[in-house]
Design a protein around this ligand. Structure first.
Ligand code: BDP
Length: 722
């Protein structure tokens, strides 16, 4: 009995502040540090002196006080005179900072300097927002247990526009959201400002994000939000974001002049239409003087666009750009153009935009998804990156895990994004990485941008799962610096979100880093793509619907038959390789030179193809599925061992989701193997157990809501045939 009590006490001591937490505080938890750490590592933080009184400086001061008071376990006072041990924050507008000769020329408009000067910690920016970013960076250092004795840091964002794209509808449903409904309560706006808006702004500012698109680019929300009443709602949100350096943008529907303006046409060359957009822009800027601009999805998946009038994407984008230019607004024109055609789908975006390179006005950014298909677990980089030297080309990632297990599967996305950003386009020879295209340096573009389709909703923990917060965090950190390493980001996030104890941080970092490859293994190994059921994108396609028709996705994207599997995208097939720069095209044309993890993306190969890594293609494929499931089981075991370090609530949701992920991964493995076996007629490799169910079983796999209904916003509780 006594021993049990002692053990419990010991456990509580290990767990430290592991009180029940619901995840609302994200990585801005500011729980008390150990006394020894404070004494050793956090000097010169006994009071806060802020220079200036702008809303942004006040926000920085408030955050510093909140954060340090929490971390140091006592209220840190504000000071009006500089004393030894004070934190001084501001800009060179203030004499105390100006005379310090800080290296602010390297900090740019939004970056910061953090420097220990004598017994003072100075946090400075060229602008108030820069200072605010510095305050958050300083708090990150304290939370991640950095040594703060002699700081000498300069940091500036490498990419100009760093934004979240909300696919939020005006009725608050989410296109591809798995964390509740939209946090933007349009019904109550502009009358009531939910306190969550400020926390949202704080979280984004802590990462240095500087823009947010409030509405979904697909569907009618993009028209409704241009009505005057809605612009006023957006203006109210802009008011909350402004002190945090975040501009609001709206998605706009190309046909809005008709839907909202009552015009007969939306033809971009029609003078009345052009005037309508100008007037609309003027109206918006009257209400939101620092409005960011428009995000547009046009002529894609049935959305209206300039091609409806025989005009080009450039005609459409430039019309809007002209309307926004006097106000310094930006058009983000999406390159995700998908309309069913006999042509290989992955070629469409490049085919439509390459001929328009150089035809866009300077305030237009063409925003491309990372891959040429659609946010798959793995794709090669889109040839739009590097292919448009005379166009500002922005990156679009998907933070919400539409194709990676929604909020249920633990998949840390930074390795995926890093893989893309580090891919070499060879557009200007070796070293022409996607990151250098996106940050504008490769082609010396005036504008640069990176966007992430948000995973935020009304779930108390914001993202549906605790580990999906890491994807929001990682997106923001990579947006600031696309050269950051996904391991560093994972460690930072874990230390702030849970504990800095290495016994927790090391194993869980490793688990996070492997998690994306694990999902690739059980979903779409070896360069396969889009094996998700057409209706929901969560689990494997059931392959045959109730009417006996095969699900289009697995069939179209795997092209598996008796002879082999994969899509021939070389010169003998769809020739998508020709869209890449010569050295890349050459490598992708040769199965031996194509990375094994993209093999079936570019090649249709016989099942007996000898794999460089050993075995034949069939054996290798089966092995990957099995490996993926085993890895999820390992994640489960590893997480169980972390129980002493995590509060009960956040431990349990993660354990529950991992159990569901394990069950789902088995269905992915068994269903995929059963399907490919049904077309290849090959026996299973030695030692591989037969799938638990016949192929017909997977037909009955359904999610408990109708695809395309508002229910898509809800989580499927389980993908199960039981
Ligand atoms: C697809 C999604 C769809 C989005 C589309 C897009 O399934 O819901 O509207 O992307 O990016 O992946 O516009």
């Amino acid at each position: 009995m006594k021993r049990a009590i002692l053990a419990a006490v010991a456990l509580a001591a290990v767990a430290g502040a592991a009180k029940a937490e619901d995840g609302y505080d994200l990585w801005l938890r500011y729980r008390p540090l150990e006394k020894a750490v404070i004494a050793r590592d956090v000097p010169y933080a006994s009071a806060i002196m802020a220079q200036g009184a702008s809303p942004t400086i006040l926000a920085a001061r408030e955050e510093l006080q909140r954060g340090l008071s929490g971390l140091l376990g006592k209220r840190v006072p504000l000071a009006t005179a500089l004393k030894s041990g004070t934190i001084l924050i501001g800009t060179p507008k203030d004499l105390a900072i100006a005379k310090l000769a800080l290296p602010l020329e390297k900090a740019g408009a939004e970056g910061y300097v953090i420097k220990t000067v004598g017994r003072t910690t100075v946090i400075a920016g060229n602008s108030d927002v820069g200072a605010l970013h510095g305050a958050f960076a300083y708090l990150r250092l304290v939370q991640t247990r950095g040594m703060l004795n002699s700081l000498d840091i300069v940091s500036a964002p490498k990419i100009g526009l760093r934004m979240l794209n909300h696919w939020d509808n005006v009725d608050r449903t989410l296109e591809r959201g798995y964390s509740g409904i939209s946090i933007f309560n349009w019904w109550e706006l502009p009358g009531h400002l939910d306190p969550q808006y400020k926390d949202y702004a704080r979280a984004n500012a802590s990462l240095g994000l500087n823009g947010t698109v409030l509405t979904n680019p697909s569907g009618v929300s993009a028209a409704t939000s241009l009505e005057t009443a809605w612009i006023k709602k957006a203006a109210a949100l802009a008011g909350v974001m402004r002190p945090y350096g975040i501009k609001v943008y709206l998605s706009v529907r190309f046909s809005a002049p008709m839907e909202v303006g009552g015009l007969k046409t939306a033809d971009p060359l029609d003078p009345q239409v052009r005037q309508w957009w100008k007037d609309k822009a003027d109206e918006i800027y009257t209400l939101i003087p620092d409005f960011g601009g428009f995000l547009v999805k046009a002529n894609s998946e049935g959305q209206p666009g300039p091609q409806d009038y025989g005009r080009s994407h450039a005609d459409g984008a430039n019309m809007m750009a002209e309307a926004l230019a006097p106000h310094h607004g930006i058009v983000l024109w999406r390159a995700f153009v998908y309309s069913p055609s006999p042509e290989d789908r992955v070629k469409q975006s490049y085919n439509e935009f390459k001929p328009l390179d150089g035809k866009f006005l300077p305030n237009v950014i063409v925003q491309s998804k990372n891959g040429p298909l659609d946010f798959q677990p793995r794709e090669p980089f889109s040839p739009v990156f590097g292919g448009l030297p005379n166009t500002s080309t922005g990156m679009e990632f998907q933070i919400t895990k539409e194709y990676l297990g929604f909020e249920i599967h633990l998949v840390y996305l930074a390795p995926l994004w890093q893989e893309v950003l580090r891919s070499d386009t060879f557009a200007k020879g070796e070293g022409s990485t996607v990151a250098r295209v996106v940050d504008g340096s490769l082609f010396q573009r005036p504008l640069s941008s990176i966007a992430g389709a948000s995973n935020i909703g009304t779930a108390r923990n914001w993202s549906g799962s605790i580990f999906d917060q890491a994807n929001w965090y990682a997106f923001g950190r990579l947006a600031w610096d696309p050269d950051l390493d996904s391991k560093t980001i994972a460690e930072e996030w874990l230390k702030q979100t849970f504990t800095a104890d290495p016994k927790f941080v090391e194993p869980v970092t490793e688990m996070m880093l492997g998690s994306r490859e694990t999902a690739v293994d059980y979903m779409t190994p070896l360069g396969l793509a889009h094996q998700m059921a057409t209706s929901h994108h969560y689990g494997p396609g059931p392959w045959v619907d109730d009417a006996g028709r095969p699900d289009w996705n697995p069939v179209y994207y795997a092209r598996a038959d008796e002879n082999g599997i994969g899509v021939d995208r070389t010169a003998t097939g769809a020739n998508a390789v020709s869209q890449y720069a010569a050295p890349v095209a050459k490598a992708f044309s040769d199965p031996k030179a194509t990375p094994e993890n993209l093999l079936l993306w570019f090649h249709h190969l016989p099942w007996s193809y000898a794999m460089p890594s050993g075995g034949n293609l069939w054996e290798s494929l089966v092995h990957h599925y099995a490996h993926g499931v085993n890895k999820v089981a390992e994640m489960q075991t590893r997480w169980q061992a972390m129980k002493p370090f995590v509060d009960a609530e956040r431990f349990q949701i993660t354990a529950d989701f991992l159990a569901m992920q394990k069950e789902n991964a088995e269905l992915w493995r068994d269903g995929s193997i059963a399907y490919f076996q049904s077309v290849s007629h090959l026996p299973l490799p030695d030692g591989v157990p037969a799938p638990a169910h016949p192929l017909s079983f997977y037909k009955s796999l359904k999610l408990p809501f109708a695809p395309g209904s508002p229910g898509r916003t809800a989580s499927p509780f389980a993908l199960t045939g039981k």
